[in-house]
Design a protein around this ligand. Sequence first.
Ligand SMILES: Cc1cc2nc3c(=O)[nH]c(=O)nc-3n(C[C@H](O)[C@H](O)[C@H](O)COP(=O)(O)O)c2cc1C
Length: 229
Amino acid sequence: MKQTSFGEEALRLGSQDSDNFISYAQSSVLNALPFDPYAAIVGPRPIGWMGTRSKEGVANLSPYSFFNALNHNPPLLGFASIGYKDTIRNIEETGEFTWNLVSRDIASQMNQSSVSAPPNVDEFDMVGLTKASSRLIGAPRVAESPVSLECRLSQVVRLKDSRGEDLDTWFVYGEVVYVHIRKDLLDEGVYNTVRARPVFRGGGLSDYFEIIEACRFAMRKPEDYKHDK
Ligand SMILES: Cc1cc2nc3c(=O)[nH]c(=O)nc-3n(C[C@H](O)[C@H](O)[C@H](O)COP(=O)(O)O)c2cc1C
């Protein structure tokens, strides 16, 4: 029997609306392609590197890339815990967490901090990072990170699929209440995104991205854009 490539197989299984697209039902993605490209397509994603403390006082640090900024005023951010993990348990118990920017020089420690350590292990110590005190909350921040946001829990929502079935995924919304920015990232008070060298998660097992000045472009808002203030 003739071996077909994944591309040909996808065309056979999926709709052929156009010669230019591979189209498939998401539930059959692995019949169409060798890997699910979803996380590579909706990406690269910023990383929520969350510092928390258990109610027993043990510090925890873990990365979450199903994460983003969600509202401006007040600033809300959120991330999805796929499975009820230590981070979300700590946040529900204490109502607090820090977000810490993953810069290129501490990307490896971020990766190490994703190891599934027992709840009594201090993951800052485990990966060789320093805990800095927060100002308004008890959760520690990463001293080596150039930007940290102190957050208070707003909501935890258990996610459902499109049929209304509960998922084992928990979405945390937090409000940013205090901010720490290393001074060298400010040019006369304006934050320099590139200089912080933030790391973003791509798809696949190992893809990450950083940004460089050459990638920047500007686009002004349309004339009739309404600010909702
Ligand atoms: C870059 C990166 C992104 C991750 N994103 C997520 C995520 O969005 N949701 C999730 O549940 N786990 C994610 N993980 C895995 C968690 O970091 C991992 O399960 C960790 O052990 C959770 O720690 P905790 O139990 O101390 O909270 C990610 C790991 C890495 C390296």
